[in-house]
Design a protein around this ligand. Sequence first.
Ligand SMILES: CSCCC(=O)C(=O)COP(=O)(O)O
Ligand SMILES: [Mg+2]
Length: 224
Amino acid sequence: MIKAVVMDVEGTTTDIQFVHKVLFPYARARMADFVTNQAQEPAVAEALAAVSQEAGLGADDIQGQIAALIRWIDQDKKVTALKTLQGLIWRQGYQQGDFTGHLYPEVPAALGRWREQGLRLAVYSSGSVAAQQLLFGYSDAGDLQGLFEANFDTRIGHKREEGSYHNIAKALALPADQILFLSDIKEELAAARQAGFATCQLVRPGTQAAEGYALAHNFDEVTL
Ligand SMILES: CSCCC(=O)C(=O)COP(=O)(O)O
Ligand SMILES: [Mg+2]
């Protein structure tokens, strides 16, 4: 029996276009100024140290760090330090009302229904936990972050790796087969299935259905 639903964001709760045409360009346009002005802030300094390590740069090579960050945005690299910095930049955008977090229209009611049924809900995205909380906290449908008991990002492991799902099951203190993972990406579903999770692919407009997985076109079609 399914006790918890863990969901991906981009392509699952949220239009890929919102992430790629709104969020990524917003952070890209502000990255250089943000990093230059905030480099002394502890969270930023820690992320920049990780950028240098990942990119093989000197600790004080700020121009090299900025270039690496911009390159990774353009390549949609899921580097934890990039995701941390993006989340910090998006905070301003949400707070200023430059955008709200896109959710597919049936998602808010489905989440509420699942909670009423006693299901535990969690998010697992390559976007940082802070970025997830902003997207659901400033969503099109208002503040929905309270519906989730946990948020996981790449600090628990990467989404295409089986071990990440073992870590999530442990964090939720549930057997893997009592957790349903929702994602649009076959490789993520495969990793979750290897770990013993139940899986369902969200086949939103533009998504190719993966063979061998339960599928739903929206949250109303998800079988629990
Ligand atoms: C959580 S908001 C930003 C989404 C993001 O940065 C991203 O890389 C999307 O990754 P996902 O794992 O949700 O496909
Ligand atoms: Mg996705």
